[in-house]
Design a binder for this molecule. Structure first.
Ligand SMILES: Nc1nc2c(ncn2[C@@H]2O[C@H](COP(=O)(O)OP(=O)(O)OP(=O)(O)O)[C@@H](O)[C@H]2O)c(=O)[nH]1
Ligand SMILES: [Mg+2]
Length: 229
C-alpha cells in the first residue's frame, strides 16, 4: 500500500485555540460567564441546570446551549426556564467551537450573565475541546462510583469545579464523597467541590454561590481565579 503525506501548512489546533480565546474575551467584555458542563451520560447536567434556574428565579439571567447526539429532549426541559438552543451533533461524541458559534447565532442577542454549555455525556472527548468557557465544571454522580476521577483524569484535570450529584442516593449506593474528592484533588489540587442533589434541590444554593463568586471575579478582574484558561 502506498502512503501519502498531505502538508496542511498551518496549525489547525492553534487556530481553534485562537478562536476560542477571542470568543471568551468577547464574553468577558459583555460580563457573561461561560460555563462548560462535562459528565458521563445521565450524571444530571440538565437536572442541575433546571435546579439552577429554579433557584435563581430570574434574579440571575442565564442562557443555555445544550448538546446531544440526537433529539431536542434536553432543550424541551430547559426552554421553559431559560433561553435555550439545542445543539445536535448527529453522532459526534463532543461539542466543538463551530457548533457552539452556530448555537450562539440562534440564541441571538445574549442578554445574560451566565451562558451554560451542556456538553455531550462523555467523560473522554469533551475534555480535549475548548468551547470558549471561563469555567469547566465536571459533574460526577454517586451512582457512578467514587473511583472515576483517577480513571478519567483529563476531564477532572481541566475542570475548576467538581459537582457531586445525586447525594439523595447516598444511603443506597457505595460512594464516599471524601474518597471521590480526594481522588480528584490528586489530579487537580485547585478543584473546588460541592455535593448536591439536583433532583431534590439540596445544596443548590452552594453551587449557585460558587457560580456567582466566579461571575464577580470575572467582572472585577477580567478573569476567574484558579481558572487554567
Ligand atoms: N436520584 C436522583 N436522580 C437524579 C438527580 N439528578 C438527576 N437525576 C436523574 O438522573 C437522570 C439523568 O439526569 P439528566 O439531568 O438527564 O442527566 P444528563 O447528565 O443531563 O444526561 P445526558 O444529557 O443524557 O448526558 C434523570 O432520570 C434524572 O431525573 C439527583 O440529584 N438525584
Ligand atoms: Mg442532559
Amino acid at each position: 500500500m502506498t502512503q501519502q503525506t498531505i502538508a496542511v501548512g498551518r496549525d489547525v489546533r492553534a487556530e481553534a485555540r485562537q478562536r476560542a480565546a477571542e470568543l471568551r474575551e468577547s464574553f468577558t467584555r459583555r460580563g457573561i460567564l461561560a460555563v462548560n458542563l462535562l459528565s458521563s451520560p445521565g450524571a444530571g447536567k440538565t437536572t442541575l441546570l433546571q435546579a439552577t434556574a429554579r433557584h435563581w428565579q430570574g434574579r440571575r439571567r442565564m442562557a443555555v446551549l445544550v448538546g446531544d447526539l440526537a433529539t431536542d429532549r434536553d432543550a424541551q426541559r430547559l426552554a421553559p426556564l431559560a433561553p435555550t438552543v439545542q445543539l445536535t451533533t448527529g453522532g459526534a461524541c463532543h461539542l466543538e467551537l463551530p457548533l457552539v458559534e452556530r448555537g450562539l447565532e440562534r440564541l441571538g442577542e445574549l442578554d445574560c450573565e451566565f451562558l451554560f454549555i451542556e456538553n455531550i455525556g462523555n467523560l473522554v472527548c469533551p475534555a480535549s475541546h475548548d468551547l470558549a468557557e471561563h469555567l469547566r465544571v465536571i459533574v460526577l454522580s454517586t451512582t457512578e462510583g467514587d473511583d472515576k476521577p483517577g480513571k478519567y483524569p483529563k476531564a477532572f484535570r481541566t475542570s475548576q469545579i467538581l459537582v457531586i450529584n445525586k447525594t439523595d442516593l447516598l444511603p443506597h449506593v457505595p460512594f464516599s464523597i471524601d474518597a471521590a474528592v480526594a481522588d480528584a484533588l490528586l489530579i487537580q489540587p485547585q478543584l473546588r467541590s460541592v455535593a448536591v442533589s439536583a433532583h431534590r434541590g439540596d445544596a443548590i444554593g452552594d453551587w449557585c454561590a460558587l457560580l456567582e463568586q466566579a461571575h464577580s471575579e470575572l467582572i472585577l478582574n477580567g478573569h476567574v481565579c484558579h481558572s487554567n484558561r
